[in-house]
Design a protein around this ligand. Structure first.
Ligand code: GLY
Length: 396
């Protein structure tokens, strides 16, 4: 029996390696066609970057009903993802035109460094300026990024040990936190290192990660979406459904944010606790009875048979590739193999748009906010961003 199990596991590893080799061989082609789509997207979006009142906007998605790009304010939480995808495509192809367009779009986002009314400044600025500084090997954006880190820390409540996700800093009635917030901590980890190991930013990131780990997940590793904390008793006052199907199920993208976020915190801090937790939240998703065979989750783990969410798949795949490397051994290889399966699916015509479709965004079938009836079965700029990130992680 033991020999049979070993033989089966060797066979599965061989199949996974063959799948990965095939995908890796296809990468130059996927990057080339994705770069062509983003060149076209850039050309269509550039004349729309200022609205009638002169306010700055970036492309967020495609409005199929109107047949036009969905341009959103540079304050919208996803505004860093389109420039970030251009950075990743520059990294993948070395195309200087993409670098210059990435720079142009990135520099439209500067005003976010002073914003303190949401936690998304981490997403916005680190996906854009963070990639810019890394790929251009420049420190010219450091002051702006450090200012953003300071702004984000203004949302930290030291008594709760948490950064407020939504709502105004002065609001004493509500203190809302969502698992997406884990993604904003990478900026703080960078800021801590950029300031020569200054504890302040790292302390905030660790406090937020630790308290989110304590309160935001069920025993099985599934996440709640929105928690409201009482600022007097320091207890969770209410669980809110948010973008999920119910308070009892796990919203798929929230689960993916947690996988990606705790893996990032494990990388940045070397903490074994975060690494173990990243595995717990990943195992919840991978082993879930409602996880489809191709690894592209339904929009909520409690909504089998409804729309898939390609953004949940791409965020998860990117996190799993990194997690696989940190965990190592057979378990690490299994995380990587799962991610490869997800990426193979995403790169197939079932999810990767044909030329001229989808407003030139790469992935179809994303779900933004199903309970609100908003952005259901549509391209999403962040789905593309984490798809490209995952492919680059595979390439590296
Ligand atoms: N961070 C918002 C979302 O994932 O929809």
């Amino acid at each position: 029996m033991k020999n049979l199990l070993i033989a089966c596991s060797l066979l599965l590893s061989a199949v996974a390696l063959a799948g990965e080799a095939e995908l890796r061989a296809a990468l130059p082609g996927i990057f080339a066609k994705s770069a062509a789509r983003y060149r076209a997207l850039d050309a269509a979006a550039t004349p729309l970057a200022k609205d009638a009142k002169g306010k700055l906007r970036t492309p967020h998605g495609w409005n199929a009903k109107k047949g036009e790009l969905d341009m959103r304010s540079v304050r919208w939480w996803t505004s860093g993802h389109f420039p970030g995808s251009l950075w990743y495509l520059y990294e993948a192809t070395g195309d200087a035109f993409l670098r210059d367009r990435a720079t142009w779009w990135t520099e439209l986002l500067a005003e976010n460094s002073k914003v303190t009314d949401n936690h998304d400044v981490g997403f916005i600025m680190y996906c854009s300026y963070g990639n810019a500084r890394r790929l251009l090997k420049t420190d010219r954006y450091d002051a702006l990024l450090l200012e953003t880190a300071d702004s984000l820390c203004k949302r930290f409540n030291p008594r709760l040990g948490l950064i407020r996700s939504w709502g105004k800093i002065e609001d004493t009635k509500k203190f809302l936190v969502i698992p997406d917030n884990m993604m904003n901590l990478e900026l703080l980890e960078w800021a801590s290192k950029a300031k020569g190991g200054e504890r302040r930013f790292d302390d905030v990131a660790r406090a937020h990660s630790g308290n989110t780990m304590k309160h935001h997940f069920r025993a099985d590793g599934g996440t709640y979406h929105v928690l409201d904390y009482d600022q007097q008793t320091l207890r969770v006052k209410a669980i809110e459904r948010g973008q999920g199907a119910s308070c009892e199920t796990a919203w798929s993208r929230g689960q993916s944010w947690a996988i990606h976020g705790y893996t990032m915190m494990a990388r940045e801090t070397g903490s074994k606790e975060y690494l173990a937790f990243a595995q717990k939240v990943a195992d919840f998703a991978i082993n879930h009875a409602n996880m489809p065979a191709d690894g592209v989750p339904y929009w909520d783990y409690g909504a089998p048979g409804e729309e898939r969410d390609t953004s949940a798949a791409s965020i998860m795949a990117s996190g799993l590739i990194e997690l696989g490397g940190l965990v190592g051994g057979a378990k690490g290889a299994a995380y990587r193999a799962f991610a490869v399966k997800q990426l193979e699916a995403l790169a197939s015509p079932a999810y990767y748009a044909a030329p001229g479709e989808n407003g030139n965004f790469l992935l179809k079938h994303g779900v933004g906010h199903k309970p609100a009836g908003s952005e259901v079965d549509t391209p999403l700029d962040y789905g593309d961003y984490y798809f490209l990130e995952a492919l680059l992680r595979l390439k590296r």
